[in-house]
Ligand binder design. Sequence first.
Ligand SMILES: *Cc1c(COP(=O)(O)O)cnc(C)c1O
Length: 375
Amino acid sequence: MDIPLVDLKAQYSSLKDEINSSVGRVMESGDFILGPEVKALEEEIASYCGVKYGIGVASGTDALQLALLACGVGQGDAVITTPFTFFATAEVISRCGATPVFADIDPTNYNINHHEIEARIDGRTKAILLVHLFGQPADMEPILELADRYRLKVIEDCAQALGAEYKGRKVGSLGDAGCLSFYPSKGLGAYGDAGMVTTNNPEIAEEVRILRDHGSKEKYFHHRIGFNSRLDNIQAAILRIKLRHFDKWIEQRRQRAKVYSQLFGDVVDIQLPCTAPCTRHSFNYYTIRLKNREIDRDRLREYLSSQGIATAIYYPLSLHLQEVYKPLGYKAGDFPESERAQEEVLSLPMYPELSETQIERVVSAIRDYTSESRR
Ligand SMILES: *Cc1c(COP(=O)(O)O)cnc(C)c1O
């Protein structure tokens, strides 16, 4: 593909010397698991997000898993979440022995619709696990208000949204715990798996710290059944270098999104990504919706691919319809907005190095295809 979905090589070549020398320093130090770079990254991310604590873990999935456990979610509990997300969001709820209870999404921003939550709260409900999908923050105020009223924990899945803001505050600082992924294709990506939990709550922070290292506070003395979920020093060293450039990258993503949206301006069959006024979208993905079902999304993807343009579908099957969740008893039609989104969304190339000419090519290819299909 000459226009990939993300271009990790372009980013590496711009930082090659800095990254290589800092990886080299860690290699020389002989300190690989946790270590000083991890500690420094935890402080820098906590301060970036505006929280007191950051706890580095092995992946975004583990960040979610450990945050749920630290919030007291366990066997027999229920956690309300969105069906329109990456599988890990619900998987970790099941892994705790709890049940994911889905609530439909808001069609304008693809995030959980707060109006759908209250009717699903019952005596088993322990927490709300929401996702800031694509980099667009969920509408937090009504969710926090509900959680407060029913004494529920709020966990934010910020895997796609580090740096995004809701009413001037960074995501990851709004609920009881925030969960970050540094998977390579995320806005701030490591060169392997890595993740972090952010929180202002010292008990949650302490619990995550214990859980990530075999349930121990002090080596060889164990308080809990925990995990081996430690962040390694090399990934942290890489992430610290990238963090210095991160705000500039978000600005570049936002600027690219603006160019896309201006160029798409008069294409009638396309819903552009929403940018709610009190939020700052971090544009991990630029996702459009094809409103006209006459336009076959999969054939459009094939056409774009033939033009050298990569696209992706996040996500093609809502979680309540996944085979593994059949025993939960959901059926097609239960969450119409999530099911409509799975048929209509299309994510386009998005990365800070994407050029205006490349964006023009993507938009004109889509424009050509859609005007052809309307005829
Ligand atoms: C990437 C992602 C995760 C999982 O993160 P990993 O670091 O890959 O484990 C969880 N939730 C969402 C919404 C994601 O996009």
